[in-house]
Ligand binder design. Structure first.
Ligand code: MG
Length: 144
């Protein structure tokens, strides 16, 4: 798909990452904004937009954060911030020649090696107190 300029007819099922990259690049080119889009500025913009996304959940209880899904206005606001983060990420990928899909897959492979499912199922990482307790129990079982 060539990214249409009317911004309609996009969905995860029919749109590629390359389509989204072209859309972001064309948007910047039409406004001559490319000269502002240094890697440093784009990385900062990712962090700024991520903070705006986080702000949508500031002070929310876990239950309230899930309830956003059932509030169309709040969900749209969150989706807009997600899109802001993604647009700067894709722009950064374009500027640095990073193939997003291959970088994503490589990092997921690295994460899978670092956190094997059979060891980390139910634990957020090795600092999780429940993980440490489980490891201690495992050691005690081996030594007894
Ligand atoms: Mg924003």
């Amino acid at each position: 798909m060539n990214a249409p300029s009317d911004f309609t007819d996009f969905s995860d099922e029919t749109t590629t990452v390359a389509d989204l990259k072209r859309l972001v690049v064309r948007f910047a080119e039409e406004r001559d904004w490319g000269r502002f889009h240094t890697p440093k500025n784009l990385a900062a913009s990712v962090a700024i937009e991520a903070a705006e996304l986080l702000e949508r959940f500031q002070w929310s209880t876990p239950e309230e954060s899930f309830a956003v899904k059932d509030d169309p206005e709040a969900l749209n606001a969150v989706a807009e911030e997600i899109a802001d983060v993604a647009s700067y990420l894709l722009n950064l990928c374009d500027k640095l020649g990073v193939d997003f899909a291959s970088a994503f897959a490589a990092k997921m492979r690295k994460n899978a090696e670092k956190y094997p499912a059979e060891r980390f199922r139910g634990f957020y990482n090795a600092d999780d107190p429940a993980y440490k307790n489980a490891q201690n129990r495992r050691c005690e079982e081996k030594t007894s």
